[in-house]
Design a protein around this ligand. Structure first.
Ligand code: ADP
Ligand code: MG
Length: 355
């Protein structure tokens, strides 16, 4: 059953459609991420789920209940805001206890639940401290504890890691994912960071200009992007315009390549229908780089123009068939190539977009 369901939800600010006919099914107990560039409508969507904005159109369900007209504190949701929004004049304990006091929970239960929440996020020992004296990472944990302590059915997290430095972001995102699994909570998570989304999510909804562009698992989104926006926003990709030359055959420049046209665009290859155009999407690590011409099809001769050693991989810019290709070679050890090379384009790693 879907724990959170949005059906054709829209919200305008003046004439600007911030959220445009968004439909989502967030399964119970899943980690579901809204991913997209700044301004695409992620926060607005989250606020609609939390009840801070009413939608102009469409329906919001939590569990079996339509909640369009239900105030935030009755929705079984808790939100962690991007800037944490901690109360500066309250200690850590008072911040975390706040939601329980608002719900008139007895003092003994408040103390027990606050201590449990603080220990869950690894924050014991700073109970009497004020937020301003805490590091960004500690403040983030207080905000998380404050949301968890009310035992919401749905946890809403709006870019919770954006104020942390890069190393800490990776550590805390893993902790949040482990916590979600351990508690079996439904999490609706917002980020503009595609790597973060791939790393933690069960499902991702990619948004652009208020609209959902694609919903899928991280593997589906990365390997089978629905359109050019998704392919470009998530990971790095080579986009190659090609002419259809026959069944599963395309031409780029003067070179013929075998690609799985029929898998993605059945009408284009059938009976060798030539003349159509497609875009090939090739991830840098999908292309294989050879120093000597391999005895196989689908090979383009080329020349390395730039090489960049990145430790876990070497990244090359290669001129071939009149285009510049980005090619990643994993585990390069101490070897960085230059000069003439041959690019093998594996058909099974080639994704096709219709123009
Ligand atoms: N309270 C508001 N008043 C007017 N415009 C807003 C308001 N909140 C958001 N917007 C606009 O709506 C669009 C979506 O914003 P937002 O949901 O915050 O995007 P995101 O979280 O993806 O960066 C943006 O163009 C933003 O400027
Ligand atoms: Mg936002």
């Amino acid at each position: 059953m879907a724990e959170v369901r949005l059906v054709e939800v829209s919200k305008r600010f003046g004439s600007l459609p911030a959220v445009d006919r968004v439909s989502l099914d967030v399964p119970e107990g899943s980690f579901y991420t809204l991913l997209g560039p700044s301004g695409c409508g992620k926060t607005t969507t989250l606020r609609i789920v939390a009840g801070f904005y009413p939608p102009d159109r469409g329906d919001v369900f939590i569990g079996a209940r339509r909640v369009n007209n239900l105030p935030p504190h009755l929705r079984q949701t808790a939100m962690v805001f991007q800037e944490y929004a901690l109360f500066p004049h309250m200690t850590v304990v008072e911040n975390v206890a706040y939601g329980l006091r608002m719900r008139h929970v007895g003092e003994r239960d408040v103390a027990r639940r606050v201590a449990a929440a603080l220990s869950l996020v690894g924050l014991s020992g700073v109970e009497r401290t004020f937020p301003a004296r805490l590091s960004g990472g500690q403040q983030q944990r207080v905000a998380l504890a404050r949301a968890l302590v009310v035992e919401p059915e749905v946890l809403l997290l709006d870019e919770p890691l954006s104020n942390l430095d890069a190393k800490l972001r990776v550590r805390v995102r893993t902790e949040i994912r482990q916590l979600q699994r351990q508690l079996g909570k439904t999490v609706l998570y917002v980020t503009h960071d595609q790597e973060e989304a791939l790393a933690v999510s069960d499902r991702i909804a990619v948004m652009d200009r208020g609209r959902v562009q694609q919903i899928g698992t991280p593997v589906e989104i990365y390997h089978h992007p629905a359109n050019r926006f998704v392919a470009d926003f998530v990971g790095l990709a080579n986009f190659v315009e090609a002419d259809v030359a026959g069944p599963d055959v395309v031409r780029i420049g003067g070179v013929t390549l075998r690609v799985p046209l029929n898998r993605a665009a059945p009408e284009m290859g059938r009976g060798g229908t030539a003349g159509g155009r497609v875009t090939l999407v090739l991830r840098p690590e999908a292309i294989r780089l050879h120093r000597a011409p391999p005895q196989m099809d689908n090979v383009l001769p080329g020349r390395i123009t730039t090489a960049s050693f990145l430790g876990t991989l070497a990244r090359y810019w290669v001129e071939a068939a009149g285009l510049t290709w980005i090619v990643d070679v994993p585990s390069p050890g101490e070897t960085v190539y230059g000069g003439d090379v041959f690019l093998e384009i594996p058909p099974e790693r080639t994704h096709i977009l219709r123009d």
